[in-house]
Design a protein around this ligand. Sequence first.
Ligand SMILES: C[S@@+](CC[C@H](N)C(=O)[O-])C[C@H]1O[C@@H](n2cnc3c(N)ncnc32)[C@H](O)[C@@H]1O
Length: 221
Amino acid sequence: MIASKEYSTEEVKRAYNRRSWLYSKTVAEMERGYHREAIQQARIQPGEKLLEVAVGPGLTLLELAKLVGAGTPISGVDLSTSMLAMTRQRLASGGFQQATLKQADCRALPFEDASFDVLYNAYMLDLITEADMPGILSEFKRVLRPGGRLILLNMSKPDEKPVPRERLYRLLPSKLVLYLLGGCRPVLMLKPALAAGFDNVRRIYLGGKAPSEIILATRPV
Ligand SMILES: C[S@@+](CC[C@H](N)C(=O)[O-])C[C@H]1O[C@@H](n2cnc3c(N)ncnc32)[C@H](O)[C@@H]1O
């Protein structure tokens, strides 16, 4: 995986506040099929306590809310207040007013240890530096109950070999990468998930218009 450009949380928050409306109509629509596959792989059961980190415009959180069922509280966090507002509205229109939505950084999740059965996180680790990944994965592990399931969906590539998108990412100035590419580059999260001490770590590679990977793992019992 190539080195990430470095962005402060303020820069990321500002960029995603500005692009939230456009994002929901473009990128989020294009990636829906990838989410569908990740959600299917997650095998979510009614009643499971679920957290989505980086909810974006809330398209996926609505699908996840339908799976856990209307009586089950569901939680989501994001850095961007505009993304959270869109998510809140989407869930309310879908009849899911019971969601807990918080503005938070994935590096410090505002939840007790072992709070969730499932943690879902999509297209966020691809804008995180490699140095920050271990801390974030251990934060994910902390809030999952023993045996709880982690589902990551990331922009990715088949293997370590360079791909054209990385060249574009490297060539463009940081600010343009953040606004045009969302700050994202392909990542490979199998090894970091193993290094973070997750069990049953598995990778599914999905090609197509937005090459992605699903990482499935469980918190050790
Ligand atoms: C590429 S979008 C993906 C949104 C959504 N998960 C999806 O798949 O449509 C990245 C999202 O991650 C959020 N984000 C970026 N860095 C974050 C951080 N450190 N903590 C929490 N959310 C973050 C952004 O605000 C944005 O909503």
